[in-house]
Write a new protein. Structure first.
Length: 367
């Protein structure tokens, strides 16, 4: 397990199964193997607060805070989930065990991006727009710096331009103040070589070029010319710098939650279903971020909503969306990761399929 894992070894793990193939490929090099000998304890205090552990081989004896013991065996459906950080007092290896350690913050970043993108793609498909170009565009490492909540804002800042074969979009040596995305057509990257030009690369739809100009002011290091008619999307540096700023959303800490609940506030769990079923807040509705826009018709505009996820990133996205739609909403500050072991266990004490929202505003227990 010293070599980077193949994505096929990860795609069934929860919530890694919510990532795209490209994200799994990116995450695999950030996963660290951990071996436990028979009788060895996993360091729950230092490890589980910032990491997720998955049992890949062997078996563990898990002891919760009530003294209840459970045997976790690799290869079972239960082992597809990470060890429940907030509920465990001890995790002891019963035999030779191999675990995978995943950085929680990096996983949350990827999940936030994926779900925010799915929300935008769903909206585009409802408008009859092919969103494949956007998915390819956002695979550029450049946009990993943009807060997921700003994906939709980025679309309004892209200027679409029709271009012709032979047209030069970037000229080597000139100052740059924007980048381009090739939406359709083909282009070539050319660099001066003596009295002629050297072909460096051929660009296909979805390619991003000139992005260095967004990060620093320096001359273009190559020229880009169209080889056929097509369309490009232009993003100015000033707009990109604005996109890097995360919008301010309403937040509340655990101490302030009680007052809001007393006033009729409703919990919204914006994580994936498997995480929700492992444990959720009392009477929390399951509203995953990528489906939230569709499900808002079931929410009461007169009622405040409290959103939570692991890191707080997805809940911040959810609050931003709800606020734009006229709802009053708050994110749990810092997410579940910011809670101590006892507070997390006390909050996520309900398990199973949970509750359903009806169109008349009623909340019912699902069967």
């Amino acid at each position: 397990m010293n070599k980077p894992l193949h994505p096929d070894q990860l795609r069934n793990l929860v919530p890694l199964n919510g990532l795209s193939p490209r994200q799994l490929w990116e995450l695999r090099v950030r996963i660290v193997p951990l071996a436990l000998a028979p009788g060895q304890l996993l360091d729950l205090v230092d490890e589980l607060s910032s990491k997720r552990h998955y049992l890949m081989s062997g078996s563990l004896l898990l002891t919760d805070h009530d003294g209840q013991q459970t045997r976790l065996v690799a290869g079972t459906s239960a082992a597809l989930h990470s060890l429940a950080a907030g509920r465990l007092l001890e995790a002891r290896a019963l035999d030779d065990c191999q675990l995978l350690t995943v950085d929680s913050a990096e996983l949350e970043r990827l999940l936030s991006w994926r779900q925010a993108l799915q929300d935008v793609l769903l909206q585009l498909s409802m408008e009859g727009e092919d969103g494949e170009w956007l998915e390819r565009l956002l695979e550029s490492p450049l946009f990993a710096q943009v807060p997921p909540v700003n994906i939709r804002s980025m679309l309004s800042r892209l200027v679409e331009i029709e271009v012709s074969a032979g047209q030069t979009l970037l000229r080597e040596g000139e100052a740059g103040d924007c980048c381009y995305f090739l939406k359709s057509g083909g282009a070539q990257v050319l660099k001066a070589a003596g009295s002629g030009e050297q072909l460096l690369a051929e660009l296909e739809p979805g390619a991003c070029f000139g992005e260095e100009a967004l990060l620093e002011e320096r001359p273009r290091n190559a020229s880009v010319a169209m080889v056929e008619d097509g369309r490009v999307l232009r993003l100015a540096r000033a707009d990109f710098l604005e996109l890097l700023k995360a919008p301010v959303v309403g937040e509340v800490d655990l101490d302030g939650v009680a007052d809001l609940l007393a006033c009729g506030a409703q919990w919204l769990d914006v994580r994936l279903l498997d995480d929700y079923e492992q444990g959720h807040a009392m009477q929390a509705l399951h509203m995953p971020l990528h489906l939230l826009r569709l499900k808002t018709r079931l929410l009461d505009p007169q009622r405040p909503y409290l959103c939570y996820c692991e890191s707080g990133k997805r809940s911040a996205n959810a609050v931003f969306l709800l606020t734009q739609l006229g709802f009053t909403a708050y994110a749990l500050r810092g997410g579940l990761d910011a809670l101590g072991t006892e507070d997390r266990a006390a909050l996520l004490w309900e398990c199973g399929t949970g509750y359903l929202a009806r169109s008349d505003g009623r909340i019912e227990r699902s069967l």
